[in-house]
Design a protein around this ligand. Structure first.
Ligand SMILES: Nc1nc2c(ncn2[C@@H]2O[C@H](COP(=O)(O)OP(=O)(O)OP(=O)(O)O)[C@@H](O)[C@H]2O)c(=O)[nH]1
Ligand SMILES: [Mg+2]
Length: 645
């Protein structure tokens, strides 16, 4: 069964709540004070079924002092019923609520001319004309305008039919998206505990699901779900939902927080956005303190204009009726993603002045009063009502990927920052890769130019290294990573090396070199190498030390040092503690010790004295060699002697 969430809107006392009551049989005014004063203060809820469509109403207050409550209600609605009382016609909050709906880009709606019983036909016609004029050029331009009386019931049937017709045409919500429920009410229910309600704007909520309340990342468990007052195993996007939560107390949750999939979105206090300033508002100044409303949250913040200072050098302002790019700095964190609509109200007096769309909920910190910051915002911009979202998001993602540089853009940010549904991420990433906007390196996306630059840097670092140290077989992987990829993502480093190896440009695993690199020895070094290797081969288990070699072969100490390092890297020489041995000597030693077992049988033992004698070495060599044999598992120490294994 299709579900739609319908919001009311309109001036105080124009009959919004009475209309909801007449349509559903439920009085949306639930508070004692509301009943006593005859006005709506906070959001009210009621539901009914019309033409096999579940219609859930969010009834809002018309009083100018409670516009903030109205804003918490309209965030998730699919369509609006603009209520205009026939005896009063269009009034200030008719306009303000209507402006809010336009700024939030509520896609559809209709108009109810209430209290039709109180006026004659001519007056009704006049109000209809005034309403038409208000709606001109807006989403309500050709919407039905239906006269009704909640008192006599006149026109209610026609209104129901018009509502069903508009409802049947509104699109569904992304059920496969991230679970996201901006909380509009929290209360405790006897026998149940904590219950939160809201309009589920995307995803689904099942009993037993593990979710979080954000900001704050409070883990909660879903104990039960109700949709339209009836228990369900699951609620899906587009439904008014009540959720019974375990693991949290009522006083720990506030309206404005979001019940969501753990980790799907990150909290933020900074966002880049496009803003539309209302024609009737004052110019919106750089630095202005505002009330930011999104979802069910209201947060104080400041508006900073993106772009260079104007020619006069003065602080620019956004003119009424125009559109601009801003950076919003919020005083408290909230949950936002790209594509979220928001409203700005003046700090004082609290009147609606502007609204717009979030372009980037996690912009890079840095100067925004520049031409390039403006160009960046333009690349991120889109108008949800006209632009192809996938196309616009692809441009935005490309820009964010560029911003990220070698640190890379995490795949998870496609959801949290670009606002893509998790199920669509793979396809969107493929789109970016195919269009040449990104290269995938493990868990991150990077701009192709960044990878190319890193590959070039790798090659020049290796060239430089080979030039400076021709005897070195290359740079160790760790050193190369530290030198070139300090701020870079490790997956990008791997990707660059894999690419370069696949292209045959580099070689080596632990030690990376250009494929063309050969350890080049000068004639002197070649002579030294031969002499040193011979000395170690002949020395066997009593190898010479570096000083002796330098003296005996008449080679400079530095050259001996370089050659010794080379021979170790080539595994011709093996280091044991401070001593170097020829690999062949150690191999022979291992074979001979192992052979003792063959001659002496099981339980063959060897101690330091017999070892010294058997291999003709002093204690200086015997101890490290025996310990080496233990490590190599040729022998095992037992008390003062060793067992041959
Ligand atoms: N005669 C007549 N009176 C109506 C009609 N609809 C509402 N009223 C009366 O108008 C008054 C205000 O109605 P509400 O439904 O509370 O108005 P509201 O728009 O919900 O007001 P707020 O929520 O405070 O903004 C009440 O006294 C209603 O009985 C109608 O169709 N005809
Ligand atoms: Mg009301």
């Amino acid at each position: 069964m299709k579900s739609v969430v319908v919001g009311t809107a309109g001036h105080i006392d124009h009959g919004k709540s009475a209309l909801v009551y007449a349509l559903t049989g439920t009085d949306p005014d639930r508070l004692k004070e509301e009943k006593a004063r005859g006005i709506t203060i906070d959001l009210g809820f009621a539901h009914t079924t019309i033409d096999a469509i579940n219609v859930a109403f969010v009834d809002v207050p018309g009083h100018e002092r409670f516009v903030k409550n109205m804003l918490a209600g309209v965030g998730g609605i699919d369509l609006v019923v603009l209520v205009v009382a026939a005896d009063e016609s269009v009034m200030p909050q008719t306009r303000e609520h209507f402006d809010i709906c336009r700024l939030l880009q509520i896609p559809a709606g209709l108009v109810a001319l209430t209290k039709a019983d109180l006026v004659d036909a001519d007056t009704l016609e006049l109000v209809r004309l005034e309403t038409r004029e208000l709606a001109q050029g807006s989403f309500l331009d050709s919407a039905p305008i239906v006269p009704v009386s909640s008192k006599t019931g006149e026109g209610l049937e026609a209104f129901r039919r018009a509502l069903a017709d508009v409802s049947s045409r509104v699109g569904g919500r992304p059920v496969e998206g991230v679970t996201r429920l901006p909380i509009d009410r929290v209360f405790s229910m006897k026998g149940f505990g904590t219950v939160v309600t809201g309009t589920l704007v995307s995803g689904r909520i099942r009993t037993d699901a593990e979710l979080v309340i954000a900001p704050g990342d409070r883990r909660v468990k879903v104990r039960g779900v109700q949709v339209h007052g009836a228990g369900r195993t699951e609620a899906v996007a587009g439904q008014r939902t009540a959720v019974n939560l375990g693991g949290v107390e009522v006083h720990e949750i506030d309206r404005g927080q979001t019940l969501m999939t753990p980790g799907a979105f990150e909290e933020t206090r900074l966002a880049d956005a496009v803003v539309n300033v209302l024609p009737g508002a004052k110019p919106l100044k750089h630095g202005a303190r505002v009330r930011f409303h999104q979802g069910t949250a209201e947060i104080l913040g400041r508006v900073a204009l993106v772009g260079p200072l104007d020619a006069t050098g003065g602080m620019p302002a956004i003119a009424p009726g125009s559109r601009a790019f801003v950076r919003l700095r919020l005083e408290r964190p909230t949950i936002l993603t790209r594509g979220d609509r928001y409203i700005l109200r003046a700090y004082s007096p609290a009147v609606t002045i502007a609204g717009g769309v979030i372009l980037d909920p996690h912009p890079p910190r840095g100067a925004i009063r520049t031409e390039s910051a403006l160009a960046r915002s333009r690349r991120l911009a889109f108008d949800p009502s006209v632009d192809d979202r996938a196309q616009a998001d692809s441009h935005a993602a490309a820009t964010m990927i560029e911003d990220a540089g070698p640190a890379g853009f995490a795949l998870a940010s496609m959801v949290s920052r670009v606002g893509v549904d998790p199920a669509a991420v793979e396809a969107r990433v493929q789109m970016l890769v195919d269009a040449g906007h990104a290269i995938r390196a493990g868990e991150v996306l990077v701009a192709p130019a960044v990878l190319e630059k890193l590959k070039r840097a790798t090659i020049s670092a290796l060239e430089e290294h080979h030039r400076a140290q021709p005897l070195s077989e290359g740079i160790s992987r760790e050193e190369l990573r530290d030198r070139l990829f300090g701020r870079g993502h490790p997956d990008l480093f791997e990707r660059a090396l894999i690419d370069l190896a696949a292209a045959g440009t580099i070689a080596g695993r632990d030690r990376i070199a250009l494929a063309t690199h050969r350890v080049a020895l000068s004639p002197e070094e070649e002579r030294a190498r031969a002499a040193i290797e011979r000395a170690f081969r002949e020395g066997g288990l009593k190898p010479p030390d570096a000083g002796a070699i330098a003296a005996e072969t008449g080679t400079a100490a530095a050259t001996v040092d370089r050659v010794l390092k080379l021979l170790q890297r080539q595994k011709v020489l093996v280091r044991i503690d401070t001593l170097l041995f020829h690999d062949e000597a150690l191999k022979r030693l291992k074979a001979e010790v192992a052979a003792l077992k063959a001659s002496a049988g099981a339980g063959a033992r060897i101690d330091v004295a017999t070892f010294k004698e058997r291999f003709g070495v002093s204690r200086k060599f015997a101890i490290p060699l025996l310990e080496y044999l233990d490590r190599e598992r040729v022998t095992r120490r037992m008390g003062d002697s060793r067992v041959v294994l």
